[in-house]
Each structure stands twice: as C-alpha cells, then as structure tokens.
Design a protein around this ligand. Structure first.
Ligand code: SF4
Length: 66
C-alpha cells in the first residue's frame, strides 16, 4: 500500500523547475512548461517533500495516503 499521495496543481504551477531540480526522481517539466509528478503514490517522502517545500506557489501537496 502506498504511504503518501503526491498532488501537483498544474493550474498553479509557473514552471520554475525547482521541484525537478531538487527531486528529479519524482518531478519533471513537461513540454507544456508545467511540472508533473512521475509517481503519485510513494512509499517514502524522500525528496518529494523537499520539492513541495521548494515550490514558490505551493502547487505541490504531499499527503498521507488514506
Ligand atoms: Fe511548478 Fe512548483 Fe515545480 Fe516550480 S516548483 S515547476 S511552480 S510545481
């Protein structure tokens, strides 16, 4: 069972690239200029939490899975 759910609001994303820079294993910028998470369900917070904290527009949320 996944432990955490990663959500990224592309309507908020300004494409700064910060999340992909600090956590390339779970975030990448798409050709559209918006980021997206490679894994929406993760077992460990790892750098995904760091990426969420690095986002200047709070577009990333990492929540415990139900
Ligand atoms: Fe988008 Fe936030 Fe990632 Fe920057 S850090 S690319 S604004 S989701």
């Amino acid at each position: 069972m996944p432990s955490f759910i990663v959500k990224l609001d592309q309507n908020k994303c300004i494409g700064c690239g910060s999340c992909a820079a600090v956590c390339p294993e779970n975030f990448e910028l798409q050709d559209s200029g918006k980021a997206h998470p490679l894994h929406e369900k993760i077992e460990e917070l790892g750098c995904s939490q760091v990426a969420a904290e690095s986002c200047p527009v709070q577009a990333i949320n990492v929540e415990p899975a139900e």
